[in-house]
Design a protein around this ligand. Structure first.
Ligand code: PEP
Ligand code: MG
Length: 576
């Protein structure tokens, strides 16, 4: 029987392939049903994981140095003993047999049951043993290194693999960037979460916020992913499969046709030139930039160089990465954003603990100013690379003039250090600020006294104006790029820049959404930075627009605060 799921469409066309369920920890366990004839093999897989865990613990016990504290031996003996307890080594087997489920799921059910038993114990010492039990279970879980326990290696992935995960962190996505797979699905995530953004940059069909895909999809099951409509069909009927294969061909044809405008100058019908730039995450993305027809890089999210690794990249390593991008784009502008870490982008090496409210915590430029030595390394690497092209440095998450001045002071320190060492940098280097926080938009005029340019990060700007967590799919229906308050702040920023004669771009997802191109043009935007995959669709909108003809509708959109009216006018604008 086929099942249809609806989620949030991230784009990238249509894929037909086989599911591969992935999970990263006990909190994120895949559940799938087994056929009767698969159950015995699953029990054996579980027994092997128990055996491997025992071997591991015994080896650790045998290698305890003589001078180690006595507690260490006692602790490992306790873990060996707990592993032998039927609660861990037998009961999950019974669950597999009774429920025809995978071993990870059985272990998770048993773990939940044990945790609640421990929580009801009154005696402190015994209650605390819960953590030992969980550690042992986690070890068994890691040793269940079969189909669904871990992130797959790139060799495991083939062209028609469809990854199905509860969630994929930005770091996971970096890991997948060079792998071959056809599509990905997640149960959580908002339209502008970093998982979604990276999904778009991979240009693969993807659907997020599916809620129950992990429970409903079984390993290796045939599925259709429609990244345009946000639809997933599990075990499709043959007729449906044929229809989607037809749609896939049509989608590819449409993409191919768009290719004919790749070399066309991006200008409106009245001859106004529009700058269309690319967003990238890693130096290797520069190859796609070159074939996309982009006029340069409007946003290089440099923090992705810092994710998915155990140590901070050195100054030289960073210098090489920035230099690669600058050299391969020769004299095209390259805007590199200094590391925008924190919130959902937490590298393993950063030990700042878990914030109560991470999106309002130590992120972006705040984190850099709190860690000036780490920041200085990046600034030095950027300055050194600046001689290899047209570099612009962009500071993320600026909320005030003081912060921008402090960031510029750090840049000045880095310059002074290099000057002393006799290391050159380019005099034409520019430095700008992102407008992602409402306070920054409101004081854009003051920021422009210090910044050479501004770039509006609509993903965060919308999150902070509307108080909508961009990663939380339960509120993603409220995440509204054409909310009148959002339009007012974007307009204010664009107008402030125009008055000062200083360029303002948009580099959030709004810039890559062809449904919003004419609106942004009408608001005075002349610089758009987006995923290369969206560039031609946006260019197509630019080429069909006469600025004089859209002025009146856009004016009406900006004067009304009625959301329905805005939606109607947007439809008219795009139809006209
Ligand atoms: C933004 O907030 O719009 C932006 C471009 O930055 P990021 O999506 O990386 O937070
Ligand atoms: Mg941002």
């Amino acid at each position: 029987m086929s099942i249809i799921l609806h989620g949030v469409a991230i784009g990238g066309g249509i894929a037909v392939g086989r599911a591969h369920l992935i999970s990263r920890s006990m909190d994120d366990v895949a559940h799938y049903e087994l056929d009767d004839d698969e159950v015995q093999a699953e029990v054996t897989r579980f027994d092997e994981a128990i055996r491997a865990t025992r071997k591991e613990l015994e080896m650790l016990w045998g290698s305890i140095p003589d001078n180690a504290p006595a507690e260490l031996g006692a602790f490992l003996s306790l873990h060996i003993m707990l592993l032998g307890d039927p609660g861990i080594s037998r009961e999950p087997r019974d669950i597999i047999e009774a429920q025809n489920c995978n071993a990870e799921w059985a272990l998770k059910l048993q773990s939940d049951a044990l945790v609640s038993q421990f929580d009801s114990i009154e005696e402190d010492y015994l209650r605390e043993r819960k953590h030992d039990v969980l550690q042992v279970i986690e070890r068994v879980f890691k040793n269940l290194d079969g189909r669904s326990a871990q992130l797959p290696t790139s060799e495991d992935l083939v062209d028609d693999t469809i990854l199905v995960a509860h969630d994929l962190s930005p770091a996971d996505m970096v890991y997948f960037k060079d792998s071959n797979f056809a599509a990905f699905l997640t149960d959580v995530g908002g339209t502008t979460s970093h998982t979604a953004i990276l999904g778009r940059s991979l240009d693969l069909p993807s659907v997020i916020a599916l809620h129950h895909s992990r429970q409903l999809i079984r390993e290796d099951e045939l599925i259709i992913v429609d990244g345009q409509q946000g639809v997933v069909i599990i075990s499709p009927e043959d007729t449906v499969l044929t229809e989607y294969r037809r749609r896939l061909r049509a989608w590819r044809d449409a993409r191919r046709k768009l290719g004919s405008i790749r070399k066309a100058n991006a200008q409106t019908l009245d001859g106004t030139p529009i700058e269309l730039l690319a967003n990238i995450e890693l130096p290797q993305d520069v190859e796609v930039v070159k074939t996309s027809g982009a006029m340069g890089v409007g946003l290089f999210r440099s923090e992705f160089l810092f994710l998915g690794r155990d140590t901070l990249p050195s100054e030289d390593e960073q210098y090489q990465a920035y230099r690669t991008v600058l050299e391969s784009l020769k004299d095209k502008p390259v805007t590199i954003r200094t590391m925008d870490l924190g919130a959902d982008k937490n590298p393993r090496w950063l030990n700042h603990g878990v914030a109560e409210n991470p999106a309002l915590g130590l992120t972006g430029i705040r984190l850099c100013l709190a860690e000036p030595l780490m920041f200085r390394v990046q600034l030095r690497a950027l300055l050194r690379a600046s001689i290899h092209g047209r570099l612009r440095i962009l500071f993320p998450m600026v909320s005030s003039v003081q912060e921008l001045r402090q960031a510029l002071a750090q840049l000045e320190y880095a310059r002074a250090e290099l000057r002393e060492e006799g290391v050159p940098w380019s005099d034409t280097l520019e430095a700008g600020a992102m407008i992602e926080i409402p306070s920054a938009a409101l004081v854009a005029g003051s920021l422009l006294k210090y910044a050479d340019f501004l770039s509006i990060g609509t993903n965060d700007l919308i999150q902070y104006i509307l108080a909508i967590d961009r990663n939380d799919d339960s509120v993603s229906h409220l995440y509204d790029p054409v909310h009148p308050a959002v339009l007012k702040l974007i307009l204010h920023t664009i107008k402030t820049g125009a008055k000062a004669g200083i360029p303002v771009s948009v580099c959030g997802e709004m810039a890559g959404d062809p449904r919003l191109t004419r609106l942004l043009l009408g608001m005075g935007l002349r610089k758009f930075s987006m995923h290369p995959a969206n560039l031609l669709a946006v260019k197509q909108q630019v080429l069909r627009t006469h600025l004089d003809e859209i002025g009146s509708i856009v004016g009406r959109m900006l004067r009304t605060e009625d959301p329905d009216r805005i939606a109607d006018l947007l439809e008219q604008l795009n139809a006209g």
